[in-house]
Design a binder for this molecule. Structure first.
Ligand code: FE
Ligand code: FE
Ligand code: MG
Length: 170
């Protein structure tokens, strides 16, 4: 089926865009689950603020998965159909929380966001001036990932500062 919407893509193989989007799609589901489970198992000081942030981010990652899946389908592709494919296609992998304290969890999550930022900035570079619709979607997601990193880093810094104040006053 020759879609007019796909005929405006210039200088890129649609299959290559679909392949890269499916990798990002795997990342989003794994990021969603990582935030979901971190918000459940996290322990320690100021955990309520972290739970609020992790839960918001989980919802954002699921929304990103939806945006990416919809674009894959528009391009004539099929989003990964089996969760086992997330592990073979992911760029950023899955970092199961092994230390459950707030600071360790936030550090894991910041690493994940930094990977997401580099993936979406590469996707933006790939599609800029070539596939405007995908470019717009990956740019919106990139802006969210930059915000995620900032939120987590700010919270991490507040908590580590608070801990060092407590230690000084003991
Ligand atoms: Fe995301
Ligand atoms: Fe994110
Ligand atoms: Mg946030």
């Amino acid at each position: 089926m020759a879609r007019k919407g796909n005929s405006i893509i210039k200088g890129l193989e649609i299959q290559d865009i679909i392949t890269q989007l499916n990798k990002a799609y795997a990342d989003e589901w794994l990021a969603y689950y990582q935030y979901f489970i971190e918000a459940k198992v996290i322990k320690g000081i100021m955990k309520d603020a972290a739970i609020t942030e992790l839960t918001q981010h989980a919802a954002d990652e699921l929304r990103h998965a939806t945006m990416v899946a919809d674009r894959i389908i528009q391009l004539g592709g099929t989003p990964l159909l089996h969760p086992k494919d997330w592990f073979t296609h992911t760029n950023c992998g899955y970092d199961a929380p092994n230390e459950l304290d707030v600071v360790a969890i936030l550090e894991d999550a910041i690493k994940g966001e930094q990977c997401a930022i580099s993936i979406y900035s590469k996707l933006a570079e790939m599609t800029r001036d070539k596939d405007i619709v995908t470019y717009d979607i990956v740019s919106q997601i990139l802006a969210d990932e930059v915000e995620h990193e900032e939120d987590l880093q700010a919270l991490h810094d507040d908590i580590t500062e608070f801990i060092s104040h407590i230690k000084q006053s003991m």
